[in-house]
Design a binder for this molecule. Structure first.
Ligand SMILES: Nc1ncnc2c1ncn2[C@@H]1O[C@H](COP(=O)(O)OP(=O)(O)OP(=O)(O)O)[C@@H](O)[C@H]1O
Ligand SMILES: [Mg+2]
Length: 325
């Protein structure tokens, strides 16, 4: 039997803490996961659950005041042993970040084509003419119509969906091992959103890259991902294949998230809102952070912080798991 391929990304016990006027904000607490080559891995959680802090820690893009602890390996290379500047350089070449705001990520004063070409000129020493030709090819690959003309347009001449395509084209220029897409479709309408997700799925299949998709949308996870990690208040609550987690959620928070999603195949089904609100990361309740909102909490849940343990085929951080709902 073949040995399993080395993960593209391996994260263990990752902690990100920001300083604030109200004391330390533990935005990410003891999170760990692996992403295999060619895999689409989703991180899902409510606003403020620490998803972007995690992505920024990987890319070396957190403010200097943020404290990072734990281990992060990119294709076996220990990122924590590098300075933030080294990490930014290596991640800039091997990991691409697609953010939710394409307009803010593109330079308004330079043509879209030149911005893509510049990646190749700066990082790969490619000549200007060859780099512009590659920019046209990348715009075509990402479904931008008339790429020969579009390559000379400025970002404001692109629609929102086209800008997101241009950003994806730019992110592919250096053939990254991993693409991190942080809420890549939040600012787009439903049709364009579907097209961008379709594009990412197609590119993954054609180029064999791994994708880390960050979202608060269970629909995106169901359509795109192979495996998923559910975050709550900076903590990992459940990890597993999308199939297993959707069919047999092991953590009551995951169950609650799934019950809050409308389903076309069950229009009569009642939607359940999760009572209460997520805690502030600077004032977490003791024990399990979800226990004040959990329908099956017992007194022990307020005293012990649960660690992820195998439940069925997944990992779940719940003292009550396995539970029967
Ligand atoms: N630079 C910072 N300084 C202090 N606190 C921060 C900073 N960045 C994020 N935080 C705090 O860390 C927590 C996690 O934020 P983060 O942006 O990672 O969440 P998120 O899951 O990406 O949310 P969203 O879905 O809204 O994008 C929040 O409480 C946020 O206020
Ligand atoms: Mg975010």
């Amino acid at each position: 039997m073949d040995a399993p391929a080395r993960p593209v990304l391996s994260v263990r016990d990752l902690n990100v803490t920001f300083g604030s006027r109200f004391g330390p904000v533990r935005a990410v607490r003891d999170v760990g996961f692996d992403i295999a080559p060619g895999e689409v891995f989703a991180i899902i959680g409510e606003s403020g659950s620490g998803k972007s802090s995690l992505a920024m820690a990987l890319m070396g893009l957190l403010p200097r005041s943020a404290k990072i602890a734990g281990t992060m390996q990119l294709a076996g290379m220990d990122l924590m042993s590098l300075s933030a500047a080294q990490r930014r350089r290596i991640c800039g070449e091997r990991v691409a970040l697609i953010s939710q705001d394409a307009l803010a990520s593109l330079n308004p004063c330079t043509t879209v084509g030149y911005q893509i070409a510049e990646m190749l000129m700066v990082h790969r020493g490619v000549g200007r003419r060859a780099a512009m030709e590659e920019a046209v090819r990348l715009l075509a690959l990402t479904g931008v119509p008339l790429p020969h003309e579009r390559v000379n347009h400025y970002p404001h001449q692109f629609s929102g969906g086209m800008r997101q395509r241009a950003l994806i084209a730019m992110s592919l220029a250096l053939q990254p091992d991993l693409v991190i897409a942080d809420e890549p479709t939040t600012a787009l309408d439903a049709t364009i959103k579907a097209q961008i997700l379709q594009l990412l799925i197609r590119l993954r299949a054609e180029l064999g890259m791994s994708v880390l998709i960050i979202t608060h949308d269970m629909g995106v996870v169901a359509r795109m991902a192979d495996r998923m990690l559910v975050m709550y208040a900076g903590q990992e609550v459940e990890t597993g294949t999308v199939e297993d987690v959707f069919a047999h959620p092991a953590h009551p928070y995951t169950t609650a998230l799934l019950e809050a999603v409308p389903r076309l195949d069950a229009v009569d089904r009642k939607l359940h809102a999760i009572p209460g609100a997520p805690p502030s990361p600077s004032a977490l309740p003791p024990g399990c952070p979800f226990h004040p909102r959990c329908p099956i909490a017992i007194p022990r849940c307020a005293a012990e912080v649960p660690r992820p343990v195998p439940v069925g085929a997944s990992l779940a951080a719940c003292l009550r798991a396995p539970h029967d709902g």
